[in-house]
Ligand binder design. Structure first.
Ligand SMILES: Nc1ncnc2c1ncn2[C@@H]1O[C@H](COP(=O)(O)OP(=O)(O)OP(=O)(O)O)[C@@H](O)[C@H]1O
Length: 308
């Protein structure tokens, strides 16, 4: 059973179509990164999964049930963008309050405060918390009741680099325990090692979805192999240039080879056949490169449609 199954879902706010024919699924124990420009439809997708919105068309199942099923709601955790709390309550009281609403055990509060690094501030009022502390409290609130499905909307906003890294490690841990996670973010650097697949929304439509490897193959963006410490650099350069012109010299004794995701490994083997480099770096298209590629492709397609 998939944690989330979205089939042909459209969502209209009056005349405005926020999501168009969305097909997307989330496997159990999978982390899906959901990316897109402002207004692309990410929060709308989250709200549909949470049962806060009803599709105008299409089918949606969450943990095998309708999203507004009471049992499903108990097994979901949600960290919303710009999370707000009662300023007069302490961190611990805040979690007790949400535990009551969610039907979760009150004793969980202390363990969760510890887990998100807020144990030292458990008895301080939330109004004295920094932005990052409120974000951590939001995460603890989302984790109440040991959810099987976690929806995180911009979870790293306000977190410092160490706290961001801690959050990603926590997501890795939850995934290992079988929790499914959808992570919406505009912050792409650093996230790619922690997601199984990425989905890119543009203008309410799914422009691309897949593992980074499959998105790289689909985009056809080049990978670069940088090698230094070559003993026969000129011969190596010549032999690659005569093959397909994808080699160029770098400063010192280095070279850079450029190839598609499909040819990368073969280029690497050819290089190692020809020389014994002291060091090698492989620079693959990053999540940002892929995001740029797919969103620009979507914009071009839309501009062409508008012209026609
Ligand atoms: N309640 C609403 N009434 C009318 N239009 C809405 C409403 N909520 C969202 N929209 C519109 O639906 C579209 C999708 O919005 P959504 O909030 O899902 O985008 P998003 O990808 O989460 O954006 P952001 O990154 O800015 O949070 C936008 O054009 C937005 O203006």
């Amino acid at each position: 059973m998939n944690a989330v199954d979205i089939q042909g879902v459209s969502l209209r706010y009056g005349k405005m179509t926020a999501l168009r024919q969305l097909d997307l699924h989330l496997e159990e124990g999978e982390v899906l990164g959901l990316f897109g420009h402002n207004g692309a439809g990410k929060t709308t997708t989250m709200k549909l999964i949470l049962g806060l919105l009803t599709p105008s068309e299409g089918q949606l199942r969450v943990l095998g049930q309708a999203p507004n099923d009471a049992d499903v709601r108990r097994r979901m955790g949600y960290l919303q963008e710009n999370v707000m709390f009662y300023p007069q309550l302490t961190g611990r009281e805040t979690l007790h309050h949400f535990a009551r609403i969610k039907g979760a055990a009150r004793q969980q509060a202390d363990q969760l405060l510890e887990q998100v690094g807020l144990a030292h501030a458990a008895d301080r009022r939330v109004k004295t918390y920094s932005k990052g502390m409120r974000q951590r409290l939001g995460l603890a609130q989302a984790l109440l009741g040991e959810p099987r499905l976690l929806l995180l909307d911009e979870p790293t906003v306000g977190l410092d680099p160490i706290a961001t890294q801690d959050l990603y490690l926590l997501i890795d841990q939850l995934r290992q325990q079988g929790t499914s996670v959808i992570l919406c973010s505009h912050v792409l650097p650093g996230v790619e090692a922690h997601i199984n697949r990425a989905a890119i929304l543009a203008g309410g439509q799914l422009e691309a979805v897949g593992t980074l490897t499959s998105l790289r193959t689909g985009a056809g963006l080049p990978s670069r192999i940088r090698a230094t410490g070559l003993k026969q650099r000129e011969q190596v350069l010549q032999s690659f240039s005569s093959l397909n012109g994808n080699a160029r010299p770098l400063g010192g004794d280095g070279i850079e080879l450029t190839g598609s995701a499909a040819t990368k490994m073969s280029l690497l083997r050819q290089l190692l056949d020809r020389d014994q480099p002291g060091d090698i770096d492989i620079l693959q298209p990053s999540l940002e490169d892929l995001y740029r590629f797919y969103t620009e492709r979507a914009s071009r397609a839309r501009a062409a449609e508008d012209k026609a």
